[in-house]
Design a protein around this ligand. Sequence first.
Ligand SMILES: [Zn+2]
Length: 280
Amino acid sequence: MPRRTIRRPTELTGVGLHTGADVRLRIAPGPSGSGLRFRRTDRPGAGELPATLASVGATDRRTVLGQGDDRVETVEHLLAALGAHGVDDALLELAGPEVPILDGSFAPFWDVVAAAGLVEGPGCRRRWEVLGPFELAEGDATYRVSPAGDLALAVTLVHAEPVIGRQRADYRGAPGEFAREIAPARTYGFLAEVEALRARGLLAGATSEAAIVLSDTAPLNTSLRWPEEFARHKLGDLLGDLALLGGPLRARVEAERPSHRGNVACARAIAARGRFVEEE
Ligand SMILES: [Zn+2]
């Protein structure tokens, strides 16, 4: 299977959810074999930051790559869209510390990559396979991983609050499935959490257009795109965090109450137990 990159550069501009910084993201073709790499264009001399597990700096509410002033925050929605498009190589230039949140979903990233188009390059794509089933727990999150010929993800959320309750989303990577069933699902938070997160310096860029804000019983600022929009969003987050493996995953992953910390632990367990093979 040849490697894929984006056909021509494309751009997006918006505000970072946690930092509140206005930022421009440029997605450009990458040399075959380079993988997905971030570059902070507002920090001259900063090196490229590969979107890999080795780069993960923090997993508190969002996935952060790198450390200190050269970090890149909230990479998961962009990486999910690139992973769903099957992009192996791209340069992700960011003129600030955080990928823009936009409408809180994956769709704006999916759409600009779709509009720019994809092109195949030299070299061979490699994929991850797991050799046997295993389970993993990280805090409240649990993961069951088993061998499969293709990707299959299932996410179950279990919340005491009736607005979410127990809900599930499934994904099998069929053509058009991500754009139709996952990409429009938005990030969300409970109103009660918002002040606590703000006190910790997060959510500086949160507006009512960037996330679903919830009471225990109802969305407060918008109507839902699906009753289980929350599980669909968390499934997209899982796909984005699994993209840090550096190649497509051919396995079944069933996640209950997933978190970014758990997703990264799951990806690390796959890398430790699986094999990374050239895809015919
Ligand atoms: Zn998310």
